[in-house]
Design a protein around this ligand. Structure first.
Ligand SMILES: N=CN[C@@H](CCC(=O)O)C(=O)O
Ligand SMILES: [Mn+2]
Ligand SMILES: [Mn+2]
Length: 328
C-alpha cells in the first residue's frame, strides 16, 4: 500500500539496535522493520475472514499515537506522549524470530488538547492499513489510544460487512468513566455508546480488574453493559485461559488492548497508575499467545507507557516483549 497517503505527523525514521551481523540468523527488530516513508512496503492480501486463519502470517504495521492529552484530562501523570519512541527503542534490539514483514508507518501526534482530532486521524490511518490487509499495532499513548483504535477498526470493511468484533482489554481499570469530556478513563464507554447508536452492542471483556481501584459506580456501569471481566486476584493460568477461550468463541475478530498498568508496579512502574497487585507477566504473555494463536487477532495496541516514571526501561522492555509475542 502507499503509506504516504496516511498523513502521519512524524514519518518513520530508521530504527537502531545491537548489530551481530547481517545474516537472517542475526536478525533483530531494528533490522526487520521497513520504514514506510523510504522503503517499498509489501503488498498485503486484501482482508477477508478466511485470510485471518491463513497459516502464513500476513504483514504487520506499527503506528505511534503520541498522546497524553487523555491522561491529563483524567488527572493522571502525563508523559505517555513519548511512549511510541520508547517502545521502538526497546523493540529495536530484540532478536526477531517471526516471519512477518513489519512496516513502521510513523506517528500521529496529539498537540496540546487536540485529542479528538488526533483520535480521528489515527482511526483513519488504521482503517486504511487494516483494509489493505495489515495486522496493525498502535504504540500508545495514554489509554485514550483505545478510542482511536476503535475508530480504526469500526471503519473497516471487515467490521462493516458484519464480522463480530470483540474488544479484549488487559487492564486494572474498566475505563468506563462518565465524564464531561473524553479521556484515558472513558474509551470503552465511548465505544459502547457508539455501538449502541449504531444499533449494536459492544462485546467488551477485561482481564485484571482491581476491585479497590474501580468504584461501585464503575462496576455498576460494567454490569449494565454486560462487560465480562476477571478480577486480578482471580487471574490464575487456568481461569484466565478459560475466560479468554470463552470470549474468543463469541467473536470473529479481536481488538486486543494492553494497558500496561495491568501488571504489578515492580514489573511495570512506568505508567500513570502503577498497580499494587497486578497480573503476572507470565499470565499476560500467555493471553497474548492465546489470542495470536486463535487466528482472530485483527488489531492491537499497547497503552500507558510513561517513560518519565520507568525504571531501567523495565516497562518498555515488558511492552516490547508482548508486542514481539503478538506480531511474530
Ligand atoms: N486510564 C485510566 N486510568 C484510571 C486511573 C486510576 C487512578 O489514577 O487511580 C481510571 O481512570 O480509573
Ligand atoms: Mn489502567
Ligand atoms: Mn486503561
Amino acid at each position: 500500500m502507499d503509506f504516504s497517503t496516511l498523513s502521519v505527523d512524524i514519518p518513520a525514521t530508521a530504527w537502531t539496535g545491537r548489530n551481530d551481523g547481517e545474516s537472517p540468523a542475526h536478525r533483530r527488530w531494528w533490522q526487520t522493520v521497513a520504514i514506510a516513508a523510504t522503503s517499498a512496503s509489501p503488498d498485503a492480501p486484501s482482508l477477508n475472514t478466511a485470510s485471518l486463519n491463513a497459516s502464513l502470517p500476513g504483514p504487520a504495521a506499527l503506528l505511534g499515537f503520541a498522546s497524553h492529552a487523555g491522561v491529563a484530562r483524567n488527572h493522571g501523570r502525563t508523559g505517555a506522549a513519548t511512549g511510541p519512541a520508547a517502545l521502538r527503542a526497546a523493540l529495536g534490539s530484540l532478536a526477531f524470530h517471526g516471519t512477518r514483514e513489519v512496516t513502521d508507518a510513523g506517528d500521529i501526534v496529539v498537540s496540546g488538547d487536540s485529542l479528538e482530532d488526533g483520535q480521528a486521524r489515527c482511526g483513519a490511518a488504521l482503517t486504511a492499513m487494516l483494509d489493505a490487509g495489515y495486522l496493525t499495532c498502535v504504540l500508545g499513548g495514554g489509554h485514550e489510544t483505545a478510542y482511536a483504535s476503535y475508530l480504526g477498526v469500526a471503519g473497516t470493511a471487515a467490521f462493516t460487512n458484519g464480522a463480530r468484533l470483540g474488544v479484549l482489554n488487559l487492564d486494572a481499570h474498566f475505563d468506563l468513566r462518565e465524564a464531561p469530556v473524553p479521556s484515558s478513563g472513558t474509551p470503552f464507554l465511548q465505544m459502547a455508546r457508539a455501538e449502541a447508536a449504531a444499533g449494536r452492542e459492544l462485546n467488551y471483556a477485561v482481564v485484571g480488574i482491581s476491585e479497590p481501584n474501580n468504584t461501585r459506580a464503575l462496576f455498576d456501569t460494567a454490569h449494565e453493559l454486560e462487560v465480562k471481566y476477571l478480577l486480578d486476584e482471580d487471574c490464575s493460568a487456568e481461569r484466565t485461559e478459560g475466560f479468554v477461550s470463552s470470549f474468543l468463541e463469541t467473536v470473529d475478530i479481536v481488538y486486543l488492548t494492553i494497558d500496561l498498568d495491568v501488571m504489578p508496579a515492580a514489573v511495570a512502574p512506568g505508567v500513570s497508575a502503577p498497580a499494587a497487585y497486578g497480573v503476572p507477566l507470565a499470565i499476560i504473555a500467555a493471553i497474548c499467545r492465546q489470542v495470536a494463536a486463535s487466528g482472530k487477532l485483527f488489531h492491537c495496541d499497547v497503552a500507558e507507557l510513561n517513560p518519565e516514571f520507568d525504571v531501567d526501561n523495565r516497562t518498555a522492555k515488558v511492552a516490547a516483549r508482548l508486542i514481539d509475542t503478538l506480531l511474530r
